[in-house]
Design a protein around this ligand. Structure first.
Ligand code: FAD
Length: 440
């Protein structure tokens, strides 16, 4: 979670810090609108924040910081239309539990559930699944307080403004409430195991097309990748004995977090050991298990890191990854974190990173505490490769692109800027990041 201490805000990764003029925790939309109106009258900026899980400066502010922690409850369930309406400050974890109690679920999720639904949707957060979009694809309606404090109830009938507001990068206003599409609760069978990267890349299409959710983690400096295949099942969740629970803790908490963290720390102190440590990188081995969908999607993340992720057209995935592998060797990068690869369907949301194309997502990480020049060199080298496939950076993960690079990547860029001019003409929601990516 983000940290609040003595008026200072720090994001989860610890690489972004704000000293806001004032921190607010409104209880309802009216209070929220009042804060925006007063700030606009004072000529100050406003920034809504979630749980600070973005690595970019997207949630930073020297103006009024708004926490929506007290605006996160479920207000309506519409079973006939398969939607629920929730306050924008709800965390994904809380939402998952509320939905589960109602026999409902979100169809797809990313790999953690600590974020707020609004922060996740604002940055085009996604999971994996060839037939499934990112979280913003579930937004059926939303309520947004604009830069003058006016409230808009937006749905598909609002055309371009609605499509812009779904992935809004915190730049159009403050979403107070979402109506989200949901599905009946379901279970997944997870199959995890190691596979040679070359073999995996040769069979990539059948793995992506043949599973509901396929992803893999290539271990740099080794020929190995860890694969995850999650598929819907009617099998029940088996009762878990104390031994099962201990085994689960061993593989998911001890091996994947504590053991992995220890190896990363050794690698940080002695980088030359990283290639050798990589061959011992912990994997929980082959395992198959069944659980409720949301418990399979989300994992624990104890080890801190910095991350960059790009979406590219799916058909270039194998080639791009092979180029990254060669580049790591030829440039001598020492990388202790796996490279994560996921897939989603195309969508029609203006600034979704999967707008108009089936996408592969390639994410690279550096252990927290790695000297920034070392991490930066790696991220820039990977960015150069992924940008060459018209890659689009995740709005919440590190990148070095600015408005001039980004505009040509989004066919409806102009309509987003038009919506911004309409909803926030005074740039009340501006910060350093909006200046970088939208170029005021
Ligand atoms: C460990 C870890 C794992 C992650 N896993 C994934 C993953 O699997 N898939 C993926 O795609 N991403 C992933 N991310 C990235 C993460 O989902 C995004 O950065 C997301 O934006 C974080 O949500 P948040 O609640 O922390 O929002 P913040 O980072 O606090 O804010 C993000 C943006 O949302 C805006 N915002 C927040 N609330 C509102 C609101 N009410 N109205 C308008 N704008 C608002 C903020 O102003 C800001 O621009 C991961 C990040 C971490 C640290």
């Amino acid at each position: 979670m983000a940290r609040y201490s003595k008026g200072k805000w720090t994001n989860w990764a610890g690489n972004q810090v704000s000293r806001p003029h004032h921190i607010h925790r409104p209880n309802d939309e009216e209070q929220l609108a009042g804060i925006v109106q007063r700030a606009a009258a004072e000529g100050r900026t406003v920034k809504p924040v979630g749980t600070g899980h973005s690595f970019t400066a997207t949630a930073t502010t020297s103006g009024h910081l708004i926490r929506l922690d007290d605006m996160g409850s479920l207000s309506h369930v519409d079973r006939a239309n398969a939607t629920v309406t929730v306050g924008a400050g709800i965390t994904i974890d809380a939402l998952n539990n509320v939905l589960h109690g109602l026999g409902l679920a979100l169809p797809n999720l990313g790999d953690i559930a600590y974020q707020t639904i609004s922060g996740a949707i604002a940055t085009s957060t996604h999971g994996t699944g060839r037939h499934l979009t990112g979280l913003a694809g579930q937004v059926k309606r939303l309520r947004l307080v604009d830069g003058t404090g006016r409230v808009h109830d937006l749905g598909p009938e609002h055309g371009d403004v609605f499509q812009a507001a779904r992935v809004n990068v915190g730049a159009l206003g403050i979403v107070s409430e979402y109506t989200l599409g949901v599905v009946p609760a379901f279970r997944l069978q997870a199959q995890e195991g190691a596979r040679k990267l070359d073999d995996l890349l040769e069979n990539l299409d059948s793995l992506v097309d043949g599973n509901d959710h396929f992803e893999f983690f290539w271990l740099p400096h080794t020929p190995w990748a860890l694969t995850k295949r999650n598929n819907r099942t009617d099998d029940p969740v088996p009762p878990r004995t104390p031994v099962d629970r201990a085994r689960h803790w061993w593989s998911k908490t001890f091996i994947e977090n504590i053991g992995f963290g220890a190896l990363c720390e050794i690698g940080r102190r002695r980088p030359s050991l990283i290639p050798r440590l990589a061959t011992a990188l912990p994997s929980s081995g082959q395992s198959t298990y069944v659980n409720d969908s949301f418990r399979i999607y989300a994992s624990k993340r104890i080890v801190k890191f910095l991350e960059m992720e790009y979406s590219i057209p799916r058909e270039h995935c194998a080639e791009a990854l092979s180029r990254i592998r060669s580049m790591i060797d030829t440039h001598g990068h020492l990388v202790s974190f796996p490279v994560e690869v996921r897939f989603t369907a195309a969508d029609d949301i203006t600034l979704s990173t999967a707008h108009g194309r089936e996408s592969a997502y390639i994410a690279v990480h550096m252990y927290k505490g790695t000297p920034w020049p070392v991490a930066e060199r790696y991220f820039r080298d990977v960015e150069e490769i992924l940008a060459s496939y018209s890659g689009r950076p995740h709005w919440g993960k590190l990148h070095f692109r600015s408005a001039g690079d980004l505009a040509p990547l989004y066919p409806k860029w102009g309509s987003f800027i038009g919506a911004r001019n309409e909803l926030d003409p005074q740039r009340v929601f501006a910060n350093d990041y909006t200046r970088q990516v939208f170029g005021d």
